[in-house]
Write a protein of this length. Structure first.
Length: 264
C-alpha cells in the first residue's frame, strides 16, 4: 500500500474513527461513563508519554546524531511553546465569551447566541487540534511506518476522552445529538488535511524530519503533562491514585513493547 494512503487512513483513524468510538460513551449512563472515562485518560497519558519519550525522541536523536542534539532541544522547546500559546488563545477566547455572559446578564436570545458561539469555538479548536494530529502522524510515517502506527495509536488513545467532552459541549450549546455527532466527525477531516499537507511539505525537506519528530514529541508531552495529568490529580485517594499509576504504566508498557517488536 502506498505510504500516502497509509497516512490518510491512519489520520482518519486518529481524527474520525476516534470521534465515532467516543460517542459510545454518551449512550451509556452518565454514572457509568464518569467511572470509565478517567481510566481512558490515565491510559492515554501513559501512551502519550511512551510515544514521545520511547519512540519519537529516540528516532529524532538517531536522525541528527550527537552534533544535532542542541538543535533538537531547540525544536522541542519551540514545540512546547507553540502548544502552550495555542492553548492560551483557545482558553482566552472561551473565557472572554464566559465573562461577557456573566457581566451582561444577557437576554435569552443573546444567551443562546453565546452558547452557539461556544459550540463554534469547540469546532474550531477541534479542527486545529486534529490538523496538528495529522501533521504529527505524517511526520512519524515519513520517518518509519512502524513509528507512524505507534503515533496513530497514541493520538487515538487521547482523542477518545477528548471527543466525549467535546460532544457533550456541542449538545449543551443547543445542537441535537445527531448534528453534534456529524460535526464532531467532520472536524476529524482536518486530521487528514493536515496529514496530507505535511506529507508533501516534509517530503520536500527530509532534512527537517528529525525536528518535526521532536515537535511531535513536544506536542504529546504537552498534552499529557499540561492537559491530562492535572485532571488526574483532582482525585488523590490511595485507591484511585494506585489505579492511575497502573494504567499510566500500562500505556507506557504498550508503547514500549510495540517499539521493541518493531525494532528488534
Amino acid at each position: 500500500m502506498p505510504l500516502l494512503l497509509w497516512i490518510i487512513l491512519c489520520a482518519a483513524v486518529g481524527g474520525i474513527a476516534s470521534a465515532a468510538f467516543a460517542v459510545v460513551f454518551l449512550w451509556i449512563s452518565a454514572e457509568r461513563s464518569a467511572r470509565i472515562l478517567p481510566h481512558f485518560v490515565s491510559f492515554a497519558t501513559g501512551a502519550l508519554l511512551g510515544a514521545a519519550l520511547l519512540a519519537l525522541l529516540p528516532e529524532a536523536m538517531e536522525g541528527v546524531g550527537p552534533a544535532g542534539a542542541r538543535s533538537l532541544g531547540v525544536a522541542l522547546v519551540v514545540g512546547l511553546g507553540f502548544f502552550f500559546v495555542v492553548e492560551k488563545l483557545v482558553l482566552w477566547w472561551h473565557s472572554h465569551e464566559a465573562e461577557e455572559a456573566h457581566l451582561g446578564h444577557e437576554s435569552a436570545p443573546h444567551a443562546h447566541g453565546l452558547l452557539h458561539a461556544s459550540g463554534v469555538l469547540v469546532l474550531v479548536g477541534d479542527s486545529i487540534h486534529n490538523a496538528l494530529d495529522g501533521i504529527l502522524i505524517a511526520a512519524a510515517f515519513l520517518n518509519e511506518p512502524s513509528l507512524g502506527l505507534l503515533t496513530t495509536f497514541a493520538v487515538a488513545a487521547h482523542e477518545i476522552p477528548h471527543r466525549v467532552g467535546d460532544f457533550a459541549l456541542l449538545v449543551h450549546a443547543g445542537l441535537s445529538r445527531q448534528r453534534a455527532l456529524a460535526l464532531n466527525l467532520a472536524t476529524g477531516l482536518a486530521s487528514v488535511v493536515g496529514a496530507v499537507a505535511a506529507y508533501f511539505a516534509l517530503r520536500q525537506a527530509m532534512d527537517t524530519l528529525p525536528y518535526a519528530l521532536a515537535f511531535a514529541a513536544a506536542g504529546f508531552l504537552y498534552i499529557a503533562v499540561a492537559g491530562l495529568i492535572p485532571g488526574l490529580q483532582r482525585r488523590a485517594d490511595p485507591r484511585t491514585s494506585a489505579g492511575q499509576v497502573l494504567l499510566i504504566s500500562l500505556g507506557i508498557l504498550v508503547i514500549a513493547v510495540a517499539e521493541r517488536l518493531t525494532h528488534p
